[in-house]
Structure formats: C-alpha cells, structure tokens
Design a protein around this ligand. Structure first.
Ligand SMILES: [Zn+2]
Length: 285
C-alpha cells in the first residue's frame, strides 16, 4: 500500500538517520524551486538579466546562453553576468534545508548543476560537479591540462559591461595559446581535465568504500533532461547493492521502476516544501 505523505516523510528521516552514508544527487530542480530559474522567462531573469534580454531579444538565460552572438565581446559579457549572478546569489532554501538534514552524516554530493549552489553550504571537497561549474574557466582550445578560478575575473568583467558588451581587451585569453577562454561548464568543448578525473575517482572511491553499508541515495530535483548522469546510476546501484535504498524528491516524477519499488521512497511534489517539511518534522521528533 502506498504510504501517506506524512508516513513518507518519517520513512525518509528514518532512512537518513540509519544510513552509514548518504549520496546526494542534485539537479536543476533544486535551484528552480528557489526561484533561480535559468530555463524560463521569470522574475529571476527580469531581476538579473533584463538588460541582456532586451538587447539580444531573448526571454531566458538558456536562450541567452545559446544566442548566436556576433563577437566574443558580446558573448563574454553575458558569461560574466551569468557567472557573477551564480557566485553572488545567497544559498537557496532547498540547499540550506538539505544541509540541516544531512550535515551530521557521512555524505558525498554529485551534481549536474553549474550554479555553484551546493558549494555555498556543503564542503566543496565532497562535491563532484560532473558538468563543471561557475567557479572555473578553461581554454576553448583545451590546449593544456589546467582550469582556472574565475571569481575575480568574472567580477571585473561584469563591472565593465556596457550595452551588453565588454571592451575587447577584457575578453579573457588563454595564457598558453592566446585563444579565447571558456567557462568550465558542459559543452561540446568541455575540458575533461585531470582535475575532473581526480574528482570522478574520488566519487567512485567513496561509492566503493560504502557499497556494502547502509547507503541512501537522495535523487533531488532531477528532471528528464539528463537522468543518465545521476538518476539512472542511482537506480542501478539501489537495485544491485545489498543495503542501498533511494529517496526521490521531484515534481512530475515518473513512477518508480518495479525492481526498486520496495527500496525507494518517492515524493512527487514541490521540493522546496518537501525539504522544509522534513526539517520541521525532524525538529519535532
Ligand atoms: Zn589555450
């Protein structure tokens, strides 16, 4: 029989409480639930990007990201704005609530998010950003095996934007080959550098170390865009590992596959509210 909402909340808290390790997988729903909407036209877009929206006639960050800019000066102006917004935003409530629920546990995070939200509240040493994030830049040519911190330069560039453009001399260039730099986020030229591989090894090692323990996979805000990176591997491991179980929190979630139904709790709803309810319930227990 399907558990009630309250029973599910209690079962989730119990799972986390009993777990030896918690593997957190977070995707765009975690940020969208806080109003950080990079995909649609929204108050968030109006607040931080309306000047770019007007100049380039695009309705959303997603569209601005893939806009066919006429020059690096234009494209990098948007990149600088977007990166600064991501780095400067406060941590969203989904993230701070999740932290309250898991901070006392042995945890590891894997995320497709590039907006640096997890690192605002969780230990960056325990986060694998599989698609890069706003903290770094790379050479667009991938001419050498290094990525560069972006914080300082993004703020300098953002302050120099005029009419949706940067002065030419400020477009960031690769210190080795002189080609234009690129934010270190997933694209067809994304640099799977040593640093990325080290992070992947660390994450895999964590999974191997804990594979026979009580392991809980939290799949949070993962939609249908890229389930192959986090959700499907979580489901496979939940199915295969003896003491693993899974919690899925997502709006519009598909039915849980039959094979893992008895090891999985799924709440299809607003993740902001679900996490808040979990925190409040934990306090009262
Ligand atoms: Zn280069």
């Amino acid at each position: 029989m399907e558990l009630s909402y309250k029973e599910k909340l209690e079962a989730i808290l119990e799972k986390i409480e009993e777990a030896d390790a918690v593997v957190i997988g977070g995707a765009s729903g975690m940020s969208a639930a806080c109003g950080f909407d990079y995909y649609n036209h929204s108050p968030f877009f109006e607040q931080y990007f309306s000047d770019f929206g007007d100049i380039y006639n695009e309705p959303s960050c997603w569209k601005l990201l893939y806009h066919r800019y006429k020059s690096h000066e234009e494209r990098w102006a948007y990149m600088a704005r977007s990166g600064c917004v991501m780095l400067d935003l406060p941590a969203g409530k989904t993230y701070t609530d999740l932290f309250k629920l898991t901070k006392a546990k042995d945890y590891y995070i894997i995320t497709t998010n590039q907006d640096a939200q997890f690192a605002k509240v969780f230990d960056p040493e325990r986060i694998f950003t599989i698609q890069g994030d706003a903290h770094w830049m790379q050479c667009s040519n991938r001419c050498h095996d290094k990525i560069y911190p972006s914080d300082e330069i993004l703020h300098k560039l953002n302050a120099a934007i005029e009419d949706g453009k940067l002065p030419s001399e400020l477009v960031p260039k690769c210190p080795v080959c002189g080609d234009v730099m690129e934010p270190w986020v997933k694209s067809y030229i994304f640099h799977y550098c040593s640093q990325w591989n080290r992070e992947q090894d660390k994450y895999n090692k964590y999974l191997i170390e804990h594979q026979n323990q009580k392991l809980v996979f939290l799949a949070l805000g993962i939609g249908s865009m890229t389930p192959e990176f986090i959700k499907h591997p979580f489901m496979n491991m939940t199915y295969q590992l003896p003491d693993a179980s899974m919690v899925i929190l997502n709006k519009g979630e598909d039915p849980v596959p039959m094979e893992i139904r008895d090891k999985t709790i799924c709440i299809d709803g607003d993740i902001l509210k679900t996490l808040e309810d979990l925190v409040n319930r934990e306090k009262n227990m």
